[in-house]
Write a protein that binds this ligand. Structure first.
Ligand code: PLP
Length: 398
């Protein structure tokens, strides 16, 4: 008998399929196809020069060794200072855990706090990592279906009706991947207050908090009772274009930080040292450089929304945040005689060189009939990519 079988928990892990489609697109490109990618959620701008310079300088100055598992004290302090100035609150450096990407902050939070048999309430469709890790620990995902009835948002009443004696955690992600909706102050506060009353942890992932095109982002850290229930996640990947640098953080009750550091220690020892030094510069140099980027992303959002709206058999919502749109292609899929959104994603990739992610790559079922488009690409590519999809649909008689 072969020795190469896996543990049960590892077999319960799911893969983030955006990475699978990224690889498929790259392979077709290598073979000479002209690829337009609306696939992976990666900003198309480079980190500002001052951050890159700070990383190089940090390496030259010798920041190349191990550091504390909870992160460098200087960066924990810089994050607390930046958050406090931005949201007018009083986070302490001891309440900050630096991690290798926001993903690791989510992973560490769930595996540390959720037990087998617990229930975790999360959005459907949602960022696949949540569902995967909840299943990995042997807990049960309890999905809140995002649909037209709740304006594609996890509203307080939706959360409340899913709470049971077994609920251990509620996961909020706003602005939301993959739909792009966001929550308002009143909605966030109400969910946090329900959770506080019922003694349930809330993991909020606010990684897209700078990509908000209407209104202002309300952070869950502004809720007075946050220390009783909140596990807040954010990171440097999206805002600073630092996806490959792998730096994120969690903010939570300081009593649990040392043990979370022990988990981090067992996983990766410590976050990358020179990247942490560069991140201090990123936070202290201000965000003026980001303003034109946000403007540009807003223009792209409007453009992709208008272009998709004109496609036959397609319905969609205008997203308020992040850099995704999540149109419903159900009618087009039916009229083209396709099986489902997976077949549509495969066909437009193979026949037209357009990378899109099937909605069901975002658990659980809410993404049926949908495709996710990341519009972190230039306007010309948006127009060309959607045109190719139009041609494909028209060719199939839609
Ligand atoms: C909602 C959400 N959280 C976390 C992450 C991961 O961020 P990081 O690159 O910092 O691990 C992503 C990336 O796509 C995301 O969409």
């Amino acid at each position: 008998m072969s020795v190469w079988f896996f543990s049960d928990s590892v077999m319960r892990l799911g893969a983030e399929e955006a990475f699978v489609y990224l690889a498929r697109g790259l392979e077709l490109k290598r073979r000479g196809m002209d690829i337009i990618s609306f696939g992976i959620g990666q900003p198309d701008f480079q980190p500002p020069e001052h951050i890159i310079e700070a990383a190089k300088k940090a390496m030259d100055e010798g920041y190349n060794g191990y550091g504390p598992s909870t992160g460098l004290p200087e960066l924990r302090e810089a994050i607390a200072e930046y958050i406090n100035e931005r949201f007018r609150i009083d986070v302490k450096p001891e309440e900050v855990l630096i991690t290798v990407g926001a993903k690791a902050a989510v992973f560490i939070g769930i595996i540390s706090l959720v037990r087998p048999g617990d229930e975790v309430i999360l959005p459907d469709p949602g960022y696949p990592h949540y569902d995967s890790v909840v299943k990995f620990v042997g807990a049960k995902p309890v999905y809140v279906r995002l649909s037209a009835e709740n304006k594609y948002k996890m509203l307080p009443e939706n959360v409340e009706e899913k709470i049971s004696d077994k609920t251990r955690m509620i996961i909020l992600n706003y602005p939301e991947n993959p739909i792009g909706t966001t929550l308002e102050e009143k909605e966030v506060r109400e969910i946090l207050s329900i959770a506080e009353e019922r003694g349930i942890i809330v993991l909020t992932d606010e990684i897209y908090d700078y990509f908000v095109y209407e209104g202002k982002h309300y952070s869950s850290l502004m809720y007075e009772g946050w220390r009783n229930i909140l596990y807040y996640v954010n990171g440097f990947s999206k805002t600073f274009g630092m996806t490959g640098w792998r730096l994120g953080y969690a903010i939570t009750n300081k009593s649990i930080i040392p043990r979370l550091g022990t988990v981090a220690n067992n996983l990766y020892s410590c976050p990358v040292t020179f990247v942490q030094i560069a991140a201090i510069t990123a936070l202290r140099e201000g965000f003026d450089w980001f303003k034109p980027i946000l403007e540009e992303f807003k223009v792209r959002r409007n453009l992709i929304y208008e272009e998709l709206r004109k496609l036959p058999g397609v319905k969609l919502l205008k997203p308020q945040g992040a850099f995704y749109v999540f149109p419903d292609f159900s009618e087009a899929i039916r009229e083209a005689g396709l099986r489902d959104e997976r077949e549509l994603a495969d066909r437009v990739l193979e026949e037209k060189g357009v990378v899109v992610i099937p909605g069901t790559a975002f658990p659980h079922e809410g993404g049926k009939g949908h495709l996710r488009f990341s519009y972190a690409v230039d306007k010309n590519q948006i127009t060309r990519g959607i045109n190719r999809i139009r041609e494909w649909l028209e060719n199939k008689g839609v």
